[in-house]
Design a protein around this ligand. Structure first.
Ligand code: DX5
Ligand code: ZN
Length: 232
């Protein structure tokens, strides 16, 4: 599969997968060329929805998934679940700063456990939460929808926020991924990349594009994303 820019990573959100056959769905998107498994954890408290926890992450590892698992915590409180996800095989753990009483400590807990740490910014959450922790983040995740559900529309103002986050990363000189989550589709991924994102979460756009005639069910849609990124 031609990889136009190996720095662009596609992260299907399994929130939109068929949970009744989750292991196969994850195998299929990875075999189709996806890079990262985006794993949305919702607690019916920080966000008004309830999804999956560490046992499901561990089950995917036991199933044989070796790709990075990108755990997006939409939970409050944050810290106790960090340990559970470290044990369950998470590669990245990101959380919302408003949900942690001690942001620096939560970031450190993640890194001390051997995973990569990140902060997630809701559409109205200021990037100033980064001011004193740029040396402790491996990923910055900008929400381009309000968290809680798949299938929402991309909020256009996120493009400008992406440019601001990209500038903060470049000015820092550090290796920090800039991820975008919410409403990413084949027809907007190029402008999102242009604004500075390098890691693209896509839930409904991937899993609704399943094609039985594709060798691994999602080859066409992952290739469509790559083709758009190749136009940059
Ligand atoms: C929303 C989740 C997203 C969601 C994105 O709270 O964090 O990861 O799955 O879904 P789409 O790509 O359908 O907007
Ligand atoms: Zn997410």
């Amino acid at each position: 599969m031609p990889d136009v820019n190996s720095d662009f990573q596609i992260a299907p959100s399994i929130l939109s997968a068929n949970f009744a056959r989750l292991g196969q769905e994850v195998d299929d998107v990875l075999a189709s060329g996806a890079d990262i498994v985006h794993f949305d954890v919702m607690d019916n408290h920080y966000v008004p929805n309830l999804t999956i926890g560490p046992m499901v992450c561990e089950a995917l590892r036991n199933h044989g998934v070796t790709a990075p698992i990108d755990v997006h915590l939409m939970v409050k409180p944050v810290d106790r679940l960090i340990g559970d996800f470290l044990s369950a095989g998470a590669s990245y753990i990101t959380f919302h700063p408003e949900a942690s009483e001690h942001i620096d400590r939560s970031l450190q807990l993640i890194r001390d456990g051997g995973a990569k740490a990140g902060l997630v910014f809701n559409p109205a959450t200021p990037l100033s939460y980064l001011d004193h922790v740029m040396d402790k983040v491996d990923m910055i995740l900008l929400m381009s929808v309000n968290p809680g559900f798949g299938g929402q529309s991309f909020i256009p103002g996120t493009l400008d926020k992406l440019r601001q986050a990209r500038k903060r990363i470049d000015d820092s000189g550090r290796v920090i991924r800039l991820e975008i989550d919410g409403g990413v589709k084949v027809d907007n991924i190029a402008e999102i990349a242009q604004a500075g994102a390098d890691t693209f979460v896509a839930g409904s756009a991937v899993f609704k594009a399943r094609r039985e005639e594709d060798p691994h069910r999602y080859d066409s849609v992952i290739q469509a994303f790559r083709d758009e990124l190749a136009k940059l």
